[in-house]
Write a protein of this length. Structure first.
Length: 304
């Protein structure tokens, strides 16, 4: 059996106790006594009443510790729950395995995992990083807002624009441009064609500093849309990128060559652990094969 949080083997239970503590702060898994159809109804009822948006249903929920179960709340929950998407199969499984890969390459990601609903379907759950321990909301501005664009123009940008926004607004731009560079390379490596301007954010911490937020909405869109290209071009290119294109982007962002080389080497060197994650994940066999082949192809391009 595989842990539905870390995707590593377990003895006979779906979660490691340490993984549950990290995600929920408890040693036992919460019971979400609701099915997929009901979740979609709740999500539709929440449209226009929360700041969560996107094609995939996203539901703000909180943990009722006294009953060990999750209760649905509107807008102020500590978690976001994403059930199976009606249009694209296996999105929750896809997102979890991609987030675990991101963690392997040194990216900052929030605690996340999978929960099984009453009807047996899997839903993705992630702890919100824009909430303090006492549930106060931190200021978060996505790159669409920073660029003074409307949400409908979230695809009207580029990797270079994201770098310029960090240079202008981040408290420590040199640090955050390197972090952004890692996210951009990783997103291409994992075939993510939906990293648009709203999927990057600047988070204002309790210390008042403006930093690139932890990575979110990471998944391989090519599993659902064959040949899906980058949402934001790199050097004017949405596809057919090579190692040299990524090194050129690093130069544009004033990322030291040695640091850029280290990022590329770390991601390429994570191929085998990534393939292991894909193999142990709850993805179906055809998706496992397709994801593995993509990672091997992109790793070859990164290595030049």
């Amino acid at each position: 059996m595989t842990c539905l949080i870390c995707l590593r083997p377990t003895d006979s239970t779906p979660y490691h106790p340490r993984c549950l503590r990290r995600l929920f702060g408890t040693r036992t898994a919460p019971d979400l006594d609701i099915d997929l159809a009901r979740l979609h109804t709740v999500a539709l009822a929440m449209v226009g009443r929360t700041t969560l948006s996107g094609v995939q249903r996203k539901i703000s929920i909180d943990l009722a510790f006294e009953r060990g179960s999750l209760r649905l709340v509107i807008g102020q929950g500590s978690f976001i729950l994403k059930p199976q998407a009606q249009a694209f199969p296996e999105v929750p499984q896809n997102e979890l395995v991609t987030m675990r890969m991101a963690e392997q390459v040194g990216m900052d990601v929030p605690p996340c995992g999978l929960l099984r609903l009453r009807d047996g379907t899997l839903a993705y759950i992630v702890r919100r990083f824009d909430r303090t321990s006492d549930k106060r909301k931190l200021r978060q501005e996505d790159f669409c807002q920073l660029a003074e664009k409307s949400a409908k123009d979230k695809y009207e940008g580029s990797a270079e624009l994201c770098i310029r926004l960090l240079r202008r607004y981040a408290s420590e731009p040199l640090v955050d441009v390197l972090r952004l560079y890692r996210v951009l390379v990783f997103s291409w490596w994992t075939g993510n064609g939906d990293m648009h301007l709203k999927n990057f954010s600047l988070l204002t911490g309790e210390d008042g500093l403006h930093r690139l937020s932890p990575a979110y909405d990471l998944l391989c869109t090519r599993l659902a849309i064959a040949g899906d290209q980058l949402a934001l071009p790199v050097g004017g290119k949405r596809d057919g990128l090579t190692r040299q294109d990524w090194l050129a982007l690093a130069r544009y962002g004033q990322v030291p060559e040695r640091s850029a080389e280290r990022v590329l080497a770390t991601i390429a060197g994570s191929l085998e652990p990534a393939l292991t994650l894909v193999d142990t994940s709850p993805l179906s066999d055809p998706f496992k094969q397709a994801y593995g082949e993509l990672l091997q192809e992109r790793t070859g391009l990164l290595r030049g």
